[in-house]
Write a protein that binds this ligand. Sequence first.
Ligand code: SF4
Length: 350
Amino acid sequence: MNKNKMIGFTCAYTPKAIIHAAGYTPYRILPIGNALDLAGHILHENLCSHIKRVLDRALQNDIPELAGLVFINSCDSMRRLADAWKKVRPDHKIVMLDLPAFKNELSISYFAEELLRLVNTLSEWSGDAVSLKSINNSVKLYNELESILDRLHVRMQSGMLKGGSEKFQTLCNLASTQPLQQTIKLLKTLVTEPEFETPAKDGVPVFLFGNVLPDPDAYSLFEKCGARIVDDDFCTGSRLFKPLQTGGPEEILKYMAKSLFLNTPCARTFDPLEPGKIARDIINRAKACSAKGVIAYTLKFCDPYLDRLPMVRSILQDASIPFLMLEGDCTQGSIGQQQTRIEAFIEMLR
Ligand code: SF4
């Protein structure tokens, strides 16, 4: 068994439960840390900083020992990352799963086939056949993790979580890099800790969304600007832990494909029958958490989000919901430079 071995991943659509069922620890290679900006030597500059910072960490060995990597073919940038990874880390085994762009039954069946391909690949890598029964058990464990994180997220939303959104992001980073059972044990102690006597109510309630924002300090910077993050949606945050449908082991891959595909989607997943859905989801989330405004933080050169944001902006305008769009490069600095704009936006919402 490979209990201590880790399998690297970089996308919220990654089936972590299958990696866990194969006896590995899923390790999200987050675009954080102090690795130097070297990826530009290999990758074109106009690719998103998510993948460049992840590659920076590989180039400078700022990642733990990995038994292999699971990439998701989520967008062109992610494909470029997988190609470059083969060059800079030829010692790593790599598998890339195809992820359909459109949400429909055909896509779900196709993705279920891709999950089966991953099961067979990890069985080969580990030398142990991965059973559907063990995947079913891992799904139950991940759902346990998800429900605890969800309770902590609700506490964060109501201003009752010590450390607020910064703390919640720290917990998400931990849950995406550390062994599952160990993380569940730690979070269980946290969730039993007494809540705040009085909820933190200072700051203007905002809904924050985007693609990648793993740096906990970034959340405290928004709060230093007078915002109170009452809900958020990032692929490095709460979107990474969504409940997975369960059922008999025979159907588990179909259920998992459906859950992963239909849960809170990233902008790269599009429903041709409902082109404006991402914007309506944002409005519904903003209203549900009584946000006074919506802030988008997206990475430069992230085509999927840059494609959708103009529509999001116009639908929010029609709904008279104030909207601020920020572009960054995953670093604290890129938000710091926009502090004045954030403060002005928050001031306007008061
Ligand atoms: S979806 Fe956007 S942020 Fe994510 S890897 Fe692709 S380009 Fe980068």
